[in-house]
Design a protein around this ligand. Structure first.
Ligand code: MN
Length: 232
């Protein structure tokens, strides 16, 4: 197909792109992987053992990423939780990537939220069903501008926080991740072929809780600044 401009049978969906801090270039998104229970204190608050069991991942859709700074309260739920996370954007991929080489794949890092319809996720967990209805809905992943590694280096420690209307709700450190970023990349690459444009949400510290319309969330990661996301 190379060199051939396809004739689409329907209107073609647009490529999802995210802003890059200090650049007029944008980052095109391919896939979105999210790790579950990756901070011990959060695993405990969700009723699980914080021991280092193998990691697990679910996916959101590329067009669930939303850099607008607004989070539209989603339908069919009355319990939407915030989960502040650091997002990792890949510039390279592959299969069976060794842990020692994994960081070479990283283009940059961004602030993000894994917004969750906790009531729906809970029902799915009880039934042993997939989580997508609780996790992968419209605008469910607010995201800030991407800070390239060339500007900020690699982030393996630093405070990660979330406030709601000025009140501190989540307060952790990137160094509390059970599975570190290079381990997440290596693990994923054993199961999937990773590629440029892939995004990984690297887990949330404890303190997840519900938001309501009108709430203003401020998320911050040391080295990436902060951003506000308003629930509308
Ligand atoms: Mn999460």
């Amino acid at each position: 197909m190379e060199g051939i401009i396809p004739k689409f049978a329907i209107e073609a969906p647009s490529v999802v792109v995210l802003p890059v801090a200090g650049s007029d270039a944008v980052f095109p998104v391919r896939r979105v992987y999210c790790i579950g229970r990756n901070y011990a204190a959060h695993a405990i608050e969700m009723g699980h053992d914080p021991d280092r069991e193998p990691p697990f991942f679910f996916q959101k859709n590329p067009d669930n990423l939303d850099p607008s700074g607004e989070f539209p309260y989603p339908p069919k739920t009355s319990d939407v939780h915030h989960e502040v996370e650091m997002a990792v954007m890949l510039k390279e991929g592959g299969r069976n990537i060794p842990v020692e080489k994994a960081l070479d794949c990283v283009f940059g890092y961004a602030l993000s939220l894994d917004m969750t319809r906790r009531d729906l996720q809970g029902e799915q967990k009880k039934l042993g069903r997939p989580w997508e209805i609780g996790k992968a809905f419209e605008a469910s992943a607010p995201v800030g501008p991407i800070h390239p590694v060339s500007e900020v280096g690699h982030l393996d420690q630093g405070r990660i926080t979330l406030t709601v209307n000025g009140e501190l709700r989540q307060d952790g450190d990137l160094n509390q991740m059970i599975w570190k970023v290079p381990e997440q990349i290596a693990y994923l690459s054993d199961y999937y072929e990773l590629a440029p444009g892939d995004v990984i949400l690297s887990g949330t510290p404890s303190g997840v809780a519900a938001v309501v319309k009108g709430d203003v969330m401020e998320i911050a990661v040391e080295g990436l600044g902060s951003m506000t996301v308003t629930v509308v």
